[in-house]
Design a protein around this ligand. Structure first.
Ligand code: RUQ
Ligand code: CUA
Length: 643
């Protein structure tokens, strides 16, 4: 192939229009298309000075938006600032974290263990673990009041171990994790928008026997996926709905009446070929009031302590509807106009538009499923997710085309009515193989159309070579004008799965912990029992072979610079940071004991371990706090029993 030809080829030309399931599902197909991408397309023109000036956040200046990044299989959440795209903070959730001691401290272990099911706790104990140490965090969604962000919480899913977590946005720490019973791998996760969150809607993706206790292993026809509503305030499971097919993504309306979920595998098969057999899959619509009524009427089964309503296709309960849609739909995005829901085709090169208000008539039996569809637009190959600018435009990610396509919602509705309009406004190349796209405030009634972010699965040659494992690529697109302009690339470690972007005015974090914070309520309980004042006492309390060591930290000294225990003691160290100064975090690292934790201003953190290694063990403060930070240290003396 001549160079001239290569440069002239578009991604669509390379891939052809005969898209088959094999192209997208087969590893070979994907690898093939990626390697050809290297040859085609020209680098985006991001060089205009005025564009660069827009994204420049000068030293000392603050970003306009918080970006909450789903960390994918790293299991964490990251906070980026927009438009600078600087990474500001990481919030460990389903992972372990060395810097903060997440997964090691008593406070984090409580969060990581208390919401697990008894069966999971027993399994973990059998392999010598307290909790899971991996996760797959696809979606991070800030809580709503009346259709916009209220700055209370960020809810996250774990596809790997079927959990849902909650991050408190006042302290930016995870405070609750629950395992969802009966479901198997939580994928789609969205929130009730109105009147507030409220419900957290969790899609169980895979089909399993319910209960999944070793029976029905060879009877896959009896397996099912489960849709779950959690109470965002208590994090308790309120109800579940068993469905037909596999659930993928979901979204809620702006009136608090319906949730819709894309659903694949209507065939209920186990192999790719089986799952691809039928031409149509579904959007499953859940009628919240009808489900609540079914529970009130006693129309549920109770499995593993949870009320489950039958919402399968065969159910007579009128709690769900299955709207047929081209097979294997993926993205499910409620438009900020409050009226429309955009479903991305993935295997089909189309987006399908559903009108929320028609669902009343559908459930009343006045119209058919197809009548709820008010638009169907061909947008390009591999449409996955859609973002909105609040000015009537939609931005859909095209995985196979490696593009974002901008299209007009109203014109798409008119085109569906037969009017001669072209709703497609622009396509922009992104690099490469985009998954999610999202935009500032896009998922609220206050979508403001300033910035979009393309979350690309491949970066290939766009950064310095770091070996066979490449970073992924998150790209900033200016969507404030008529034309989208690609303005910034940033490499990202696994995985910039998704992101939500919230105007900074909505988020009000504290600077210093409050001494009565629930995060360290257990430490206060222990102190009370032991007659200790956490903020001033530095004491060792012995209780048989259980030893509780209480100490304060104030730059640059620990309240205790030495303590002695016996080999074999179970030791709990409580450190209370009594510095009342912004940004003055201390730490406690115990050498050769595998212990390290963060203690932020006015916080108490604790860790429990067995003092099985005798000798002198230094502890030191690992968060830089003072000119004498190095000297902020002490020793734990572990004596042999009977010494
Ligand atoms: S959905 S594959 Cu975010 Cu595209 Cu998980
Ligand atoms: Cu305290 Cu470093």
């Amino acid at each position: 192939m001549s160079k001239e030809n290569r440069d002239g080829l578009s991604r669509r030309d390379l891939l052809g229009t005969g898209l088959t399931a094999a192209t997208i599902a087969g590893a070979g197909g994907l690898a093939g298309s990626v390697s050809t991408l290297a040859l085609s397309g020209s680098p985006a023109k991001a060089g205009e000075d005025e564009e660069q000036a827009k994204i420049t956040v000068l030293p000392g200046q603050l970003d306009e938006y918080y970006g909450f990044w789903s960390g994918g299989h790293s299991g964490e959440v990251r906070i980026l600032g927009l438009p600078s795209m600087r990474e500001i903070m990481r919030i460990p959730v389903f992972n372990r974290d060395s810097a903060t001691g997440w997964g090691l401290t008593n406070e984090s272990l409580k969060v990581l263990t208390e919401g697990l099911t008894p069966a999971t706790k027993a399994y973990l104990a059998s392999i010598g673990r307290k909790t899971f140490e991996n996760g797959d965090l696809h979606h991070a969604r800030p809580s709503y009041t009346d259709g916009t962000y209220d700055g209370r919480y960020l809810f996250v899913n774990d596809k790997a171990n079927t959990r849902v977590g909650r991050i408190r946005l006042d302290v930016m720490k995870c405070d609750k994790i629950v395992e969802i019973p009966n479901a198997h791998s939580i994928h789609g996760l969205r929130l009730q928008r109105y009147p507030r969150t409220g419900y957290v809607f969790c899609n169980g993706e895979n089909r399993v026997p319910i209960p999944n206790n070793g029976k029905l292993l060879d009877d896959a026809k009896k397996w099912n996926s489960v849709f779950t509503a959690l109470d965002g305030d208590s994090m308790a499971v309120v109800w579940q709905v068993v469905v037909s097919g596999n659930l993928d993504n979901n979204d809620a309306d702006y009136k608090g009446k319906y949730v819709a979920a894309t659903s694949y595998n209507a065939e209920e098969g186990l192999t790719v070929a089986d799952m691809m057999a039928a031409e149509k899959d579904h959007v499953v619509v859940f009628n919240i009031a009808a489900i609540e009524q079914a529970i009130k009427d006693g129309n549920y089964d109770e499995v593993n302590g949870v009320k489950i309503v039958d919402g399968r296709k065969t159910s007579k309960l009128n709690v769900t509807r299955y709207i047929p849609i081209a097979k294997s739909p993926h993205g499910c995005n409620a438009a900020p106009d409050g009226k429309h829901l955009v479903i991305a085709g993935k295997l089909s090169p189309t987006v399908t538009i559903i009108e929320w208000d028609k669902l009343d008539d559908l459930f009343a039996g006045k119209i058919k499923e197809d009548d709820t569809i008010v638009g169907n637009l061909e947008v390009g190959l591999g449409p996955l997710h859609t973002a909105f600018d609040g000015r009537g435009n939609c931005y859909t990610s095209l995985f196979l085309d490696s593009q974002v396509v901008k299209w007009n919602l109203d014109e798409a509705l008119r085109a569906y009515q037969g009017e001669k309009v072209n709703p497609i406004k622009q396509k922009i190349d992104v690099h490469y193989q985009i998954g999610h796209v999202n935009a500032t405030q896009s998922e609220t009634k206050e979508a403001d159309g300033k910035w979009a972010v393309a979350l690309c699965k491949f970066s290939k040659d766009r950064f310095l070579n770091v070996g066979p494992l490449k970073p992924e690529n998150e790209q900033l697109i200016d969507i404030s004008g008529d034309k989208m302009v690609l303005v910034h690339d940033s490499p990202s470690f696994a995985e910039p799965h998704d992101a939500t972007m919230v105007h900074a005015s909505k988020i009000r974090p504290v600077e210093i912990w409050k001494r009565d914070d629930p995060m360290f309520a257990d430490a206060r309980e222990w102190a009370k029992k032991d007659g200790i004042i956490l903020e001033s006492d530095n004491k060792v309390i012995r209780d048989g072979d259980q030893v509780r060591v209480y100490m304060t930290s104030m730059a640059p000294v620990f309240g205790l610079t030495q303590f002695k225990v016996n080999k074999g003691d179970e030791v709990t160290v409580f450190v209370t940071n009594i510095d009342n100064i912004v940004d003055l975090t201390h730490g406690f690292t115990l050498v050769n004991y595998g212990i390290g934790m963060e203690v932020a201003p006015q916080a108490t953190a604790s860790v429990t371990f067995k003092a099985d290694s005798p000798g002198v063990h230094y502890y030191y403060c690992q968060w830089f706090c003072h000119a004498l930070h190095m000297e902020m240290q002490g020793q734990m003396l572990v004596q042999e029993a009977g010494a």
